[in-house]
Design a protein around this ligand. Structure first.
Ligand code: 57M
Length: 356
């Protein structure tokens, strides 16, 4: 909105010309989101406590989690309001990709919100099967818009291989739906220690702020020999908003957490990152930067598969962060080490843009 209201004034005063630049609006989106989070955070924590929207902690948790009982949850609603607000303020709203990422974010947030609310009020959330069905319907809707409205090409980009862009046809649609649903659930599985999910989410969003910027810039895209997607650069602002909102949320979610994000945050942030990567045609890059999400999800798949076939556990408990807890690692140690791994993965992912 700021872009639309003030950019046209550049003819009267040159200062408004700065709004033309995606880099300026991305930094503004980060700072705006951070500010909104700082202002609304304490109010939300107080409100959630008054409404008794506190976390119920399961019986089978590693024992230190018992002290977390009653911590207000659904803090993700703050993250989402902040991301959406900041994006609406600083983006070019005639760009269809901006609306597509906002759609996925809000639709998954709504699903997560209903799940959180039912967990607290009726002690049982939406069943896993129903959740997957709704996630798939939302993902199919977004995929339909991509292909039938925005004329998306079903080509995959492979790191290191600049000349190979396999045309996957119908399989690409299935792949996109899988990436949307999978990333959303993987972030949800990761969200089991204070700050464990939001750290990698911010690092991934920061990486994709850069990736979408270069993918939407003809000269940079050509120089790096990555797919050019016209208008994709505007998603840099959305990614910036996630970084700012994430930092603001981490202020309250850092160990020992005053608030959890809930499914409203984890499902929607996972979906948002996946949608950005899909539009930028950098799905594999997402798997690299978001390696922690992949590892967390794989640890559950391996644990369940091996237990069902051999009645043995590979990990002391899955997802893998519980394994390290039970090995005796202090909670902050697991969290910060998982952040460090994500920073390394981000650097590797960025370097694949050049190594082609
Ligand atoms: C989300 N949610 C946390 C909070 C957060 C299939 C199975 C592997 C599923 C998995 C599962 O349910 N995962 C979903 C995990 C929960 O946090 C809430 O949930 C939101 C995210 N959806 O925002 O609202 C608890 O996590 C802790 N927490 C923090 N700090 C945070 O910032 O400490 C969360 C955020 C909170 C709090 O204690 O209460 C959760 O873990 O429930 N299930 C599991 O993860 C379970 N694993 C399991 O059963 N493993 C088996 C098999 C099935 C693989 C095995 O290893 O044999 C574990 N979950 C828990 N305890 N809580 C088991 C032990």
């Amino acid at each position: 909105m700021i872009y639309h209201l003030f950019y046209p004034l550049y003819t009267t005063h040159i200062v408004f010309n700065v709004l033309r630049y995606i880099s300026f609006r991305t930094i503004s989106a980060i700072l705006t989101a951070l500010l909104i989070s700082f202002i609304l955070g304490p109010w939300l924590i107080k409100k959630l406590k008054e409404l008794q929207l506190g976390q119920r902690v399961r019986e089978d948790v590693p024992s230190r989690h018992r002290t977390k009982e009653g911590t207000p949850t659904m803090g993700g609603s703050l993250v989402i309001v902040t991301v959406v607000g900041s994006t609406l303020l600083w983006s070019n709203l005639t760009n269809p990709y901006v609306w597509l990422v906002l759609f996925i974010t809000c639709a998954y947030a709504l699903l997560g919100f209903v799940d959180d609310y039912r967990k607290i009020k009726r002690s049982k959330g939406i069943s896993g099967k129903t959740k997957i069905i709704f996630q798939t319907i939302i993902a199919l809707t977004a995929t339909g818009v991509l292909f039938f409205v925005l004329d998306f090409t079903p080509q995959l980009t492979l790191p290191f291989l600049k000349d190979l862009h396999p045309e996957l046809g119908l399989f690409y649609i299935i792949l996109i739906v899988f990436i949307l649903v999978g990333t959303s659930n993987a972030v949800n599985l990761t969200d089991g220690l204070d700050g464990l999910a939001i750290g990698p989410v911010m690092i991934t969003a920061g990486t994709f702020a850069l990736v979408t910027y270069v993918s939407g810039h003809t000269e940079f895209a050509q120089y790096l020999q990555i797919p050019y997607t016209s208008g994709c650069g505007e998603l840099s602002i959305f990614c910036g908003a996630i970084v700012g909102a994430g930092l603001g949320f981490l202020w309250f979610n850092t160990y020992p957490a005053q608030i959890f994000m809930g499914d409203v945050g984890s499902l929607s942030l996972g979906g948002a990152l996946a949608m950005v990567a899909i539009i930028a045609k950098q799905e594999i890059l997402l798997a690299i930067v978001g390696g922690i999400f992949v590892i967390e999800a794989l640890s559950v798949i391996i644990q369940v598969a091996v237990y069902q076939t051999k009645k043995k556990r590979v990990f002391k408990m899955a997802p893998i962060h519980h394994h390290y807890e039970l090995k005796g690692w202090a909670e902050p140690k697991i969290i910060v080490r998982f952040w460090i791994i994500t920073i390394i993965l981000s650097l590797i992912a960025i370097s694949t843009l050049k190594l082609r």
